[in-house]
Design a protein around this ligand. Structure first.
Ligand SMILES: [Zn+2]
Length: 90
């Protein structure tokens, strides 16, 4: 009968295995190496926020975000789409 070099069920109990012994309590994963300043800064080089693009409303000329209804006059592509609150003048 052919004998497999390794058992499929993993290392048997009680036998010495080449695997490192692990503590019985559950421990959290811990990084092996400290992240260097350069590596951390390179990783964060893509994290900066940018200001939203601003367009001008064709009707009321207020600034508005592109592809969104105007918050000031409530129109989108020339149609009224939002109920407009009357501005409370202070
Ligand atoms: Zn508008």
């Amino acid at each position: 009968m052919h004998v497999l070099p390794f058992s499929r069920s993993g290392p048997e109990k009680g036998k010495n295995s080449s695997r490192r012994e692990r503590p019985k309590e559950k421990t959290m994963a811990v990084p092996k190496k400290r992240t260097s300043l350069a590596r951390k800064r390179k990783r964060r080089s893509h994290l900066a926020l940018s200001a939203p693009a601003l367009d001008t409303c064709p009707r009321c000329l207020e600034p508005k975000q592109p592809h969104r209804a105007c918050r000031s006059c409530g129109t989108y592509k020339g149609r009224d789409v939002l109920p407009v609150k009357e501005e409370a003048e202070a």
